[in-house]
Design a binder for this molecule. Structure first.
Ligand code: HEM
Length: 332
């Protein structure tokens, strides 16, 4: 049966970061009452930022096609039968999307066309990883090789494409020291049939779902590795940093701020053995957070950013810019 839930009911689950947990594969995609609006936004983001949202390296074509076939032939019509209905047209099998009143070809003309169809008709972003290099001990290292990401949370997926997980996470404080080794092991071992989920949260100072920069502050003090930045990102090594933080703090308007949460999943495809990393983005006005009675919970989580096992997270998430005003509002 199709379950369409209002996204607000998910709020509580997403304010606190969680460790990885196993989920049933039937819960791969979440559907809610923002679906129709989101489809419009996704189409316009893809039109406006085609290069930034879509890419498929040749090596990833078979994985994208395998995933697309499973989604359109099996998962979507079984899990959400009132939205995606199988139909046979003279040109071959299609899925009829009842909400947009369009037919999606089950046999796409190319991997890029497959990614585009997924991007327009499923409110989840998909990234494909392959074991494209090998560590000195012979274990596989996973690289990002294809993606459809309409709602990146402040990074350029295109700049990350081709890179291994460690380079992709280079700006994340604590990743190299605390996560890299165990993640590489975990990625190498995750078996077909298992699906894991994690959630994250941050505060954005605007309501833009597509963000290829500006949500983070980067520095390389800890890792000593080059960090990818772009011109919208505040660099902690900038000699003018204090002045820039003060300027940005003044510009923060609480009404414009959003709680931004991602529900992320990871699983392996049975044939090509590629890994699919998927995330759905939720944006909540801070007023909604308060209405749910979660103001103090979120305020405490924000305060905890600078006190946890990785205090630089407060910098990375730009808490030093929006923290004061947002905490004051949430506790008011
Ligand atoms: C499932 C295991 C994973 C863990 C535990 C993990 C951990 C993290 C953490 C802690 C962050 C910092 C922001 C946050 O709180 O989420 C992050 C950011 C990020 N992760 Fe992951 N990650 C995982 C998988 C992946 C995969 C498979 C990709 C695929 C390419 C990916 C791409 C990214 C990107 C693009 C960022 C933003 C980096 C930036 O600021 O430039 N992650 N990840």
């Amino acid at each position: 049966m199709t379950t369409v839930i209002p996204p607000r009911r998910c709020l509580q689950l997403r304010t606190v970061p969680r460790a990885l947990e196993n989920i049933d594969i039937s819960n791969f995609i979440e559907m809610d009452n923002t679906y129709h609006d989101r489809m419009r936004i996704r189409r316009s983001v893809m039109d406006e930022h085609r290069e930034a949202t879509l890419q498929c390296d040749d090596v990833a074509g078979p994985a994208v096609l395998e995933f697309y076939d499973w989604m359109l032939s099996t998962y979507l019509p079984t899990r959400f039968p009132s939205i995606y209905k199988p139909v046979v047209r003279p040109s071959g099998p299609h899925l009829h999307n009842v909400v947009s009143n369009t037919n999606l070809p089950v046999r796409p003309v190319s991997p890029m066309a497959a990614l585009e169809t997924l991007g327009e008709h499923v409110d989840t972003d998909f990234l494909f990883l392959l074991p494209s290099s090998t560590a000195p001990d012979g274990s596989p290292i996973y690289h990002l090789q294809a993606f459809i990401t309409c709602f990146p949370a402040g990074f350029s997926t295109r700049e990350k494409c081709g890179n291994p997980l460690a380079a992709i996470h280079a700006p994340v404080p604590g990743y190299a020291v605390k996560l890299e080794k165990s993640m590489d092991r975990f990625f190498a071992r995750i078996e077909v049939g298992r699906m894991v989920r994690r959630s994250n949260w941050s505060i954005s100072t605007d309501d833009q779902l597509f963000s290829d920069g500006g949500n983070h502050m980067y520095g390389d003090a800890e890792q000593g590795k080059p960090i990818e930045t772009n011109n919208k990102t505040l660099d902690v090594d900038n000699p003018d940093l204090d002045r820039k933080i003060e300027e940005q703090k003044r510009d923060v308007a609480v009404d414009d701020c959003r709680l931004r949460c991602e529900r992320q999943t990871l699983h392996r495809l049975p044939k090509t053995k590629a890994l699919v990393f998927a995330f759905k983005t939720y944006l909540y006005r801070l007023e909604e957070v308060k209405e749910e009675g979660l103001g103090p919970v979120l305020a405490e989580a924000i305060e905890g950013l600078g006190k946890g096992s990785v205090p630089d997270m407060a910098f990375y998430k730009r808490g030093v810019v929006w923290g004061e005003k947002v905490i004051a509002y949430l506790n008011s």
